[in-house]
Design a protein around this ligand. Structure first.
Ligand code: FES
Length: 100
């Protein structure tokens, strides 16, 4: 479905998606990394438990909500991958975190 245009000399980072390690190109979004690694869902909806994938890739649809480095409700299309990042599915509605 998605194919990345190859770039020579680009760096890569190691991310852990659903507890599996992957090498992905540096500088791409978490949503792009998840799609590039072949995952077919990023979250389940709270009401019907339907699987969702990133749709707009530009911060509008909110279908890409994931838990990134332990923080739920992150828009995966708006977050750049970092080395050793932990990326997990979001199952249903996540609890809101208190800001300190
Ligand atoms: S894919 Fe639409 S907001 Fe992230």
């Amino acid at each position: 479905m998605f194919r990345r245009i190859e770039q020579t000399g680009s760096d890569s980072v190691t991310v852990r998606i659903d507890n599996r390690e992957f090498q992905v190109p540096a500088g791409i979004s978490v949503a792009a990394a998840v799609l590039l690694c072949g995952f077919r869902k990023v979250r389940n909806t709270p009401v019907t438990d339907s699987p969702r994938l990133p749709y707009c890739m530009m911060g509008i649809c909110f279908d890409c909500l994931m838990c990134i480095d332990g923080v739920p409700n992150q828009q995966a299309c708006q977050v750049e991958v970092r080395d050793n990042m932990a990326i997990d599915y979001q199952r249903g509605a996540a609890e809101l975190l208190q800001q300190e």
